[in-house]
Design a protein around this ligand. Sequence first.
Ligand code: HEM
Ligand code: FES
Length: 347
Amino acid sequence: MGASYKTVTWTPHKKVYDRWLLIGVLLYLATFLGLGLTLKPNTTIETQLIRALGTGAFVLLHVILAIGPLARLDRRFLPLLYNRRHLGVTMFVLALGHGAFSVVQFHVGGTRNPLVSVLTSNGRYDSLAQFPFQPLGLAALVILFLMAATSHDFWLHQLSAPVWKALHMSVYVAYLLLVLHVGLGVLQTERNPLLAGSLALGIVVLIALHVLAGNLSKAGDETPESQPEDDGFVLVCQASDIEESRAKIVSLSGERVAVFRYDGKISAVSNVCQHQNGPLGEGRVVDGCITCPWHGYQYRPEDGASPPPFTEKIPTFRVRVDEAGTVFVHPTPLPAGTSVEPATIPA
Ligand code: HEM
Ligand code: FES
C-alpha cells in the first residue's frame, strides 16, 4: 500500500503516544541517574549516563519484542503494535547514545581509530571472564541501525516485503548479541544478583510469550481433515462456524488461507498481508474490505485487491457453499488480485 497511507504519518493519536514515550524515557533516565549517583557516589556521571542509556535501550528492546506475541494473545495490545516502529527508533537512539558515550569514554585519546580500538583492544577471546564484550554491542548496534534506517514504509517498498521482513527479523540476532554483551560484560565485573536476575527474567518472559503465542496460532490454524472432493475443493467448515465479518484460518496445501464470512457471503484469500506479513485472518471486514489487524492495510474480499488508489494485491481462492451451509475451498491459490465470485450462504 502506498507510502502515503495514514498509518505512517503522525496522526493525533501517534503524537500523544510519542509524547508519552518521550516522557517515559526521560523519567527513566532521570531516575536512573539520580538513584545511581546517590547509591554509588564514587561513580562518575558519565558512567551512570552510559548505564542509564544502555539499560534503557535494552529494556525498550524487551518491550518491542514482547508486543508481537502480546498482541496475538490479547487484542487489546494491538494499538502498541501499530506504533512499534517509533519504539524501535527510540530504542536505537538510546543504544547509539550508550555506544557513542562508551566509545568516547574508553576508546578516544589513544593512537588507534576509536572503532578499531573497540574491535581490537581486547583479544581475550579465550577467556569467558575477560571476553571482549564490546564488539558484540557494536555488532548489535549495526543491526539496530540498519533496522532504524529502513523502518519507513518507503524502504519496505524499495527492498520488497520478504527482504525487509528478513532484515527486521535480525532483531533476534541483535537481541542474542546483546544478551552476550551484557552477560559477558557488566555482569562479569559487577556480579550483581539483581542485574543477573533481571537479565534472566527478561529472557524467560520473552521466550514464554513467544511459545504461548506460537501455540495459540497453531491451535487456530486448522487443517481440514477431509480429502478433496472430485472437483478438487476441500471441506473446511460450516459457514455458521465463522463469526460475521471475521475469518477462519485454515491450512491448505501448506498455505494459510483466511476464509471470511460477511453480508451472507464467503470469500477466501491468502492469510498473509502484503505490508509486513500480518495475519489477515485475525482481522475483520470493515466497510466491505478485509482490514489487517496489524497496521490497517485493506483488501477487497472478492478479488484480494486494495481499494484505489492503493495497488496491493493478495492471492484469492475459489469457494463454494452447499445447501447445508458447508464451506469448500479450492486449495490452489489464484494469482494475486484475481476476481472470484463470493459464495452465497443459503438462508
Ligand atoms: C558500540 C557499541 C557498544 C559499546 C562500545 C558498548 C560498551 C559498553 C560498555 C563499556 C559497557 C559497560 C559499562 C559499565 O561498565 O557500566 C556496556 C554495558 C551495557 N551495554 Fe553496551 N555497548 C555498545 C552497544 C550496546 C547496545 C546496542 C546496547 C543495547 C541496545 C547495549 C546495552 C548495554 C547494557 C544493557 C549494558 C549493561 C548496563 C551498563 O553497564 O551500561 N550496549 N556497554
Ligand atoms: S497492515 Fe501491516 S502487516 Fe498488514
